[in-house]
Design a binder for this molecule. Structure first.
Ligand SMILES: Cc1cc2nc3c(=O)[nH]c(=O)nc-3n(C[C@H](O)[C@H](O)[C@H](O)COP(=O)(O)OP(=O)(O)OC[C@H]3O[C@@H](n4cnc5c(N)ncnc54)[C@H](O)[C@@H]3O)c2cc1C
Length: 341
């Protein structure tokens, strides 16, 4: 690991200053469960690490504007314990799937959203696109865990966030703090003003076209401070993750659903798949098709077929299409109480 400075801001405004100083290559430290591995492997070599843990507002879950605001530093374990989040079952399903109390205790929701891909080519130092001398290693080599959607361009990795599909299905927004964000808002921890913007989560992750681009829209000096979810009283939700191992593991494919059901008929549905594309994959057509229908084994199976219709597997991951299909079907049955897992 290369030497670096360690900064511990106590306010959002101070964090922005530490991150934005000219000539400094700064990274954010949240729970550190992934960042420390990335730094040890010298895949990320910052000159400054900015630890956000001393900023109180980032640890809070509060009511805000017809919904709930979750601080980016809220750990998985704290999220599962917070009564304001009781109605958001699909989030608890994700926490349950992370089968390590150590990771649940230190991993944060913000760190999960910003998690860099687990693609083995990236983790071996070939960059986000996994290229060697301009050749795509995932395209020509072992791609069994890679993308089955959105893989037409140079990026073949799958988005590593476990919460993003569930949060997106809920219609979540993220608050991005830092330079070039339009609105000034008051930093509650210091009373001073910081540039911040709320953005629908579906615009947060991006598919990079070059190795110079990241996999989120965050620019240098920016960070995620909060996530906002609309009220969930009328909504049934669930996440179904297909994992290979009983213990700590990354999913092969996941699906999160939110359903507004009235008298047994779906009024509105949102289905988002995870670990199948460089970004969380929204199954819009399949979601729309559900409107006005009742969910049973047959309709859930049909929607699942629809959701994976446009999949384009690589040479070694056709099996993931069936797994993604199963995840969608089971998430729908789980959300409607027809599957106990
Ligand atoms: C050995 C090990 C194995 C693991 N295996 C799994 C697994 O199989 N499945 C699983 O789900 N999880 C696993 N995890 C946990 C996973 O790393 C965490 O759950 C979580 O995704 C990262 O959260 P963190 O707070 O520790 O983030 P950090 O490691 O602190 O940060 C992760 C990345 O996000 C950036 N970042 C963090 N917070 C912000 C923010 N607010 N704004 C902008 N950027 C930010 C950091 O700079 C860094 O690039 C594992 C962890 C360890 C240590």
């Amino acid at each position: 690991m290369k030497p670096f400075e360690y900064a511990r801001p106590t306010t959002e405004a101070e964090a922005v200053e530490f991150l934005g100083e000219a000539g400094v290559q700064a990274v954010i430290l949240a729970g550190g469960t992934d960042l420390t591995s990335l730094m040890r492997a010298e895949l990320v070599s910052p000159t400054r690490v900015v630890d956000l843990k001393q900023i109180p507002s980032l640890h809070q879950v509060t009511r805000l504007e017809g919904g709930v605001q979750i601080g980016a530093l809220v750990t998985l374990a704290d999220l599962a314990k917070n009564s304001l989040l009781d109605g958001y079952r699909s989030l608890f399903d994700v926490v349950d799937g992370v089968r390590s109390i150590q990771v649940q205790g230190s991993g944060t929701i913000g760190g999960d959203l910003c998690h860099l891909p687990n693609c083995w080519y990236f983790r071996k130092g070939y960059g986000l696109l996994g290229q060697e001398n301009g050749i795509s290693l995932p395209e020509t080599g072992d791609n069994r865990y890679h993308a089955i959607f959105g893989n037409e361009g140079a990026a073949k990795f799958v988005n590593a966030s476990r919460f993003a599909p569930a949060l997106m299905a809920w219609g979540a927004k993220v608050r991005i703090v830092g330079p070039s964000n339009k609105t000034s808002s008051r930093d509650r921890s210091s009373g001073s003003s910081v540039d911040a913007e709320w953005l629908p989560l579906e615009y947060f992750h991006v598919t990079p076209k070059t190795d110079q681009q990241g996999n989120t829209i965050l620019k240098p000096g920016q960070f995620v401070s909060h996530i906002w979810l609309p009220d969930g009283n009328q909504i049934s939700s669930a996440t179904y993750e297909v994992l290979q191992m009983e213990g700590l593991d990354w999913p092969l494919a996941t699906a999160s659903v939110c359903l507004d059901v009235d008298g047994g008929f779906v009024r509105d549905a949102s289905i988002v798949m995870g670990h199948v594309a460089p970004i969380p994959w929204v199954a819009d057509d399949a979601s729309r098709w559900l409107s006005g229908r009742q969910i049973d084994e047959d309709t859930a199976g049909m929607v699942a077929d629809f959701a994976v219709l446009s999949a384009k597997p690589l040479s070694m991951n056709e099996y993931k299409v069936q797994i993604a299909r199963t995840a969608v079907k089971r998430a729908l049955l789980k959300a409607t109480g027809q599957l106990e897992v």
